[in-house]
Design a binder for this molecule. Structure first.
Ligand code: SF4
Ligand code: SF4
Length: 447
């Protein structure tokens, strides 16, 4: 069926329970909490103060630096607090709390941007606050900057949505096909170097594939590629290879091989902003998992607490053993349901106690499954071995030799390990140690 050997072979259950459920918009939450870092890069800086009245879509924080993104009020109401927020990765950032007035009144100053050139399009995307909505959170305007050189001839649209349970991108493809078409038209008009738009969608989304094929039947620049429903088709390097055959060399970006990758919902939001002038203020979030009463796709203002979204979706039926923001393979555990959703949240998954039990790990039996399952042919056994060394020198030497920084933390190795070893957790730790070593080396060089 596939014309060339593909990357990513791990069979995982799909659990796409909400794929047929159009997203339901929740009413205004009681309040929202908007962290200043919802993207890769420098945190934004608040431009409002306690007591300020704000409207929906009003800018409340400016970007700081080239790789950064503005943040907009996702409800109308009053700024009640500017506080410190502890992010799931342990870092702290400022966050703006807004008590909603329940009106969702739009900011009067919102107007669609004038887009008459590639520069204007990129500027509009920057203004929109758009970041990679597939979870990466890289500011989209910075990524689109690669189009200026005229060397990018392909846009790969990520509609793979390969994590179990999550169906928010699927709903975008089914419910917002006009926006997707408008976005493609914008790039056709203002980025003439782009000769092909390749949508990569897993085979387990036949309706989305059919919808895209129908929408672009008359456009020979658009290719809809059915990808095997094997994890992780949505990982950037895997997706680029499986849709184009291009290999992204170590330390390089897709743009270095003439492609940029855009998540399909990011594409739709981009078109929506150009049309309406309403910046990124809401997300479609899949609420699912064994503890959820009635799984749903919910459109919620960014900054709404997980608890309010889950309550709107019908609540939970059993005590929660684990709450995840993101998918079961790459998502992060939520410390509390008081946490807000951010620009990059695509799902909230709640599992009952039984499904959340930690598996007992045992000794490695040297079966090699972790290596053969890795889409990038890395060796996670070596990363775990490196962590056992007392000598930092030896540890770093192994991590360097085994290219630890290539690990994308997809979780395939952990998933297939019959000994239930915490491989991906070890990889994360090893990466942090290697990153610290690189930072030290850089600091030494700069002295
Ligand atoms: S987590 Fe890293 S080492 Fe493990 S399979 Fe994924 S890329 Fe390979
Ligand atoms: S899959 Fe698990 S048991 Fe097999 S080699 Fe890898 S770490 Fe060892």
């Amino acid at each position: 069926m596939f014309s060339f050997k593909f990357l990513g072979k791990t069979h995982i259950p799909h659990h796409k329970n909400t794929a047929d459920m159009p997203a339901v918009r929740m009413p205004s939450p009681k309040e929202v909490l908007l962290p200043m870092a919802q993207h890769i890069g420098a945190p934004a800086t608040p431009i409002v103060k306690i007591g300020d009245e704000v409207k929906l879509g009003q800018r409340i924080a400016d970007p700081t630096g080239f790789v950064s993104s503005p943040i907009y009020a996702s409800v109308s109401g009053k700024v009640s607090k500017i506080e410190e927020y502890l992010r799931p990765d342990g870092s702290k950032v400022q966050a703006v709390r807004i008590v909603s007035d329940g009106q969702m009144q739009a900011f009067e100053g919102l107007t669609p941007p004038t887009v008459d050139s590639l520069d204007a399009l990129i500027e509009a995307v920057k203004e929109s606050g758009l970041v990679g909505l597939g979870g990466a959170g890289f500011p989209t305007a910075v990524k689109l900057g690669a189009l200026k050189g005229g060397k990018v001839d392909k846009i790969v649209v990520n509609g793979a949505e390969c994590e179990p349970f999550i169906t928010s991108d699927t709903r975008t493809m089914l419910d917002n096909i006009d926006l997707i078409r408008e976005a493609v038209a914008l790039f056709e008009r203002f980025a003439p170097s782009v000769k092909q738009f390749i949508f990569g969608v897993e085979a387990n989304k036949p309706s989305a594939i059919a919808k895209l094929k129908e929408a672009f039947a008359q456009n020979d620049k658009v290719v809809v590629k059915k990808l095997p429903a094997r994890y992780p088709q949505g990982a950037e390097k895997v997706l680029v290879y499986n849709t184009t055959g291009l290999v992204i060399p170590e330390g390089k970006l897709p743009a270095d091989v003439g492609a940029i990758v855009i998540n399909v919902t990011t594409l739709a939001v981009l078109a929506s902003y150009v049309k309406t002038g309403m910046p990124l203020v809401e997300r479609t979030v899949t609420v699912d998992g064994s503890a959820v009463k009635s799984p749903k796709n919910v459109i919620a203002p960014i900054g709404t607490s997980l608890a309010e979204i889950v309550e709107f979706a019908g609540g939970y039926v059993e005590p929660i053993g684990k709450a995840l923001v993101g998918g079961p393979m790459m998502g992060k555990c939520a410390a509390s349901l008081d946490e807000p959703i951010t620009k990059t949240t695509g799902s909230i998954l709640l599992f009952n106690v039984k499904d959340s039990e930690e598996k007992q790990s045992s000794n490695c039996i040297h079966c090699g499954r972790c290596v053969t399952s890795c889409p990038l042919a890395l060796n996670p056994v070596e990363y775990s071995r490196a962590l056992d060394y007392d000598s930092r020198e030896e540890r770093i030497a192994i991590l360097k030799r085994e290219k630890i920084m290539l690990c994308m933390e997809c979780g395939c190795c952990s998933y297939v390990c019959p000994a239930k070893r915490p491989l991906v957790q070890n990889n994360v730790l090893a990466k942090a140690q290697y990153r610290a070593y690189l930072a030290e080396q850089k600091a030494k060089e700069q002295k």
